[in-house]
Design a protein around this ligand. Sequence first.
Ligand code: LR7
Ligand code: MN
Length: 581
Amino acid sequence: EAHPDEPAPKPVQPEDVKDEQKEQRQETGKKDVGPPKKPHEPVELGGGEGSKVKAISKPGGVHKVLSLDVTQSPRDDKALGQFGHAALVGSEEDVEVRRRWDEGHFNVYLSDQIPLDRAIPDTRPEMCARNLVHDDLPTTSVIFCFVDEVWSTLLRSVHSVINRSPEHLLKEIILVDDFSTRDYLKEPLDKYMSQFPKVRIVRLKEREGLIRARLAGAAVAKGDVLTFLDSHVECNVGWLEPLLERVYQDRRKVPCPVIEVISDKDMSYNLVDNFQRGIFKWPLVFGWSPVPDSYIKETNMTIADPIRCPVMAGGLFSIDKKFFYELGAYDPGLDVWGGENMEISFKIWMCGGEIEIIPCSRVGHIFRGQNPYKFPKDRQKTVERNLARVVEVWLDGYKDLFYGHGYHHLLDKEAIHIGNLTDQIGLRKKLECKSFKWYLDNVYPDMVAPLVKAEGMVFNLGLRKCLSLQKSSVSFETCDLSRQSQHFNHTWMRHIRQQDLCIAPQAKGNGVVLKSCDNADLDIRWFHQSTNSALAEHLISESVSHHMCLEAGPQGDSVCLKPCVPTNALQKWQFTHYHHI
Ligand code: LR7
Ligand code: MN
């Protein structure tokens, strides 16, 4: 059956094909003839054991990626927002714009006036036009989850998939309604979608959140590959084939399109910088970061090559359905929104998969300032709890780095109702997934992740001696780095620690004692080093009953707690080495 834009991928015209690709083309039909002659297959950043790119065992394809651009003949080339141009409204309409903004936290008023099948610029790097894909790619189920999504953006998302996906690769589109409250998303949506035989609507009986909504969509999917999308996107020309090609080459690859920006203000379609990868910073905050120049040079990487990503943004990716379930899908204990992108990313990498951004696949997304739907519980608490679940299962000894970045309060597992993690921990064991250290060393080697904030000797500036732990009491000695007794860590939990012993304020009195370290113990934390403070070098007890500064006894025979005095050198301490993140 003919595709609306183009009759299924055309056979390649010989003049379009480079010699090298011609060779590959002749090889099709014979699989497993060794890696394709792709000069630019990127290797892993940083390298390391087990990080070698696996040889791709399938040769290049026979069909060219869908290249007939709908921008060539849109139905109404004068329409607002056509070609992805910025749409402007008169100032007299500002009131309307503002009135309707909160329906989606973007310019809903404008969106409603833009054609549902508008053309957008084909932003793929030029060399993508030469790419070949196989004609026997796996099929995909495209899954959109939504709750109270704006009508025009939801429909534009669906239209973009129908119009820009080769008919034979699109098994179905599954719309999962996460218990929306808006009436137009009920019968009117059913009615509208009845014109598209491939669209199925799944209605959840209560609000599950996007994670369990995706699981519900995946559970009924019939395609070989699952492709998840947010419900306010526009898929660009040829977006699907390169994703499926990647899964076809290696079912453990999890490809993501480049996510471009549809402006929340004027609905324009904007391309983004090349060579961006998904990363996280502490405390597990997702971000984009450019692939280092040196790496691009060393590997002769081009703007069309797949970009390996430590983490994915979360919303837009394809994954082999069987592989998704082998990985245990998502942790169903994650609620509403947030953290699931970290979970799936760590899981994919640590349990044998790979995440890549495919520059020849591009999808626009409306980035919104706020979530336009309600959180059944507090938003902050929901996201924090999700993150804590992920951290407890996947982060090993690096947990403290997460908690130490402003999340100490999550250590009280009962207070945050973290829920049962037996299944998730069991899954990681069963799959024999690698450690978080392996992940950092091999997948994200440029991540700064020291296990402690500061370490070495603890030098007192007034006394000019170092703390020493002897016969389980704290005293001073002439500094000597070679002596283990003088070696302390200031951890992310803000403990001053030697092995399992932590320096703690005396329960009664102003002395200090040693306690066995316990993350949940609020009394053994010491604040140190805030650069813009007069007390930067002080060690300030965070114990509720003290809030005082650690001070060396003038004779050098004791340490005690005294009210903080910025100028008192006996209250100033320096560790030998600080790790700055
Ligand atoms: O309770 C909910 N039920 C839902 O069905 C909450 C949301 N949803 C739907 C919602 O209607 C939308 O279609 O889930 C989808 C994603 O929700 P958004 O659009 O509010 O999320 P986002 O774009 O702000 O956030 C990003 O991070 C999320 C973390 O949980 C998800 O992984 C989103 O899919 C993800 N979006 C992207 O990756 C797009 C690019 C953003 C970046 C960077
Ligand atoms: Mn979104």
